[in-house]
Design a protein around this ligand. Structure first.
Ligand SMILES: *Cc1c(COP(=O)(O)O)cnc(C)c1O
Length: 356
């Protein structure tokens, strides 16, 4: 039996995407070859890559001043690749310090230039999104994480700054409508909302490139990837294909407005249930709750393991909190059916009856 999948990443994919991906492993588009055994410079794969790149732009409603790249190394590589390409040695970049992933980005940026902390939620264990930001006028850019996957907070507004905006959207990309043209660079590992692990999407506005004085290794230089149309070397062919299938699915289902409607519906069901039960409590400020990753705990700490066992016995996976943070967390990405959230909520209500 298929499990209820609340994994944080790699995460749930639409059933039809898995079916199509499986078929392509045996026979890609009826060409008599597997997707795994075609050359990356063949017309077959170039078409896959070009369609994926243009679908990203279409879903985000971006014009030709932007380029979409499929790179490797995950979002984690972007923590260093962003400052390497955008931050000069003596210059300053502003960073929001709102969680584990943002902190990792800050650590890497410090290897390349100065980092100014524009805001921090460290004082309350990153359980909220700060409203006040300080961004020096001469910052090369402002970096923030739109959705804090581990902590369960999400920015539901765009930070004000008169400098280029850079965002790690790994865990909420393609889950809601946003004015994407306000950003100069957006990156995301594909394995949460945009496909399979191994592909990293980078959306970059061309006019921010070419301004740093350091020598950038060829493979890490965004400009080279743009020039090579994301084919500098062998891309993660299969992961790019799964990403294309996922993007086609998003478009077919109604695009970002529909993804947002579903996310809101799932989150409302989950959080309303959570707030109605004494046995559980949320971990973050209500107004900053993530629509993608909900973090919570049992009122009685000793009940946590019991609840996790119940989830497991009922075919649920991914309910445990991040390894260094603990507690409970459920991830509710684009393709998670509302019915899975309903099953979880019913279990929580049942647990509340017995242990609340
Ligand atoms: C998962 C995640 C990452 C790390 O992604 P990798 O692709 O594993 O490097 C970075 N940032 C955010 C917000 C994430 O959710």
């Amino acid at each position: 039996m298929k499990m209820y999948n609340f994994n944080s990443g790699p995460a749930i994919l639409p059933a039809e995407v898995l079916q199509q991906a499986a078929e392509a492993v045996i026979d890609f588009n009826h060409i008599g070859l597997s997707i795994l055994e075609i050359g990356h410079r063949t017309e077959w794969f170039v078409n896959v890559l070009e369609e994926a790149r243009s679908l990203v732009k279409e879903l985000m409603q971006l014009d030709d001043s932007y380029e979409v790249l499929y790179l490797q190394g995950g979002a984690t590589q972007q923590f260093m690749q962003v400052p390497m390409n955008l931050l000069d040695e003596k210059a300053t970049a502003a960073y929001c310090d709102n969680g584990i992933w943002g902190a990792k980005a800050i650590k890497e940026a410090k290897l390349f230039g100065n980092v100014h902390i524009a805001c921090s939620s460290k004082d309350r264990e990153h359980t909220y999104i700060p409203r006040e930001l300080s961004v020096p006028q001469d910052s090369a850019y402002l970096h923030y994480t739109t959705n804090n996957t581990v902590e369960g907070t999400q920015w539901n507004f765009i930070p004000e700054a008169n400098v280029p905006l850079v965002a790690d959207m790994s865990s909420d990309i393609f889950s809601r409508e946003m004015p994407f043209s306000k950003y100069s660079l957006i990156y995301a590992g594909a394995q949460k909302n945009a496909g399979a692990a191994g592909a990293t999407i980078v959306v970059v506005k061309k006019d921010i490139l070419g301004k740093v004085s350091r020598a950038i290794p060829s493979i890490l230089n965004y400009s080279n990837h743009i020039e090579a149309k994301s084919l500098m070397n062998t891309p993660s062919v299969f992961a790019v294909y799964v990403s294309l299938l996922t993007l086609r699915w998003i478009k077919k289902e109604g695009g970002l407005p529909e993804m947002e409607r579903r996310a809101q519906e799932r989150a409302d069901l989950f959080y309303d249930t959570l707030d109605s039960l004494d046995a559980f409590m949320g971990k973050v400020d209500k107004r900053d709750r993530s629509l993608m990753n909900a973090t919570f705990t049992t009122q009685n700490p000793e009940h946590e393991k019991l609840f996790l066992d119940i989830c497991k016995n009922n075919g649920m996976v991914g309910v445990k909190g991040y390894r260094t943070v603990g507690g409970l967390r459920v991830s509710m990405y684009n393709s998670l059916p509302l019915s899975s959230v309903q099953v979880l909520c019913d279990l929580m209500k049942d647990f509340n009856e017995k242990h609340g």
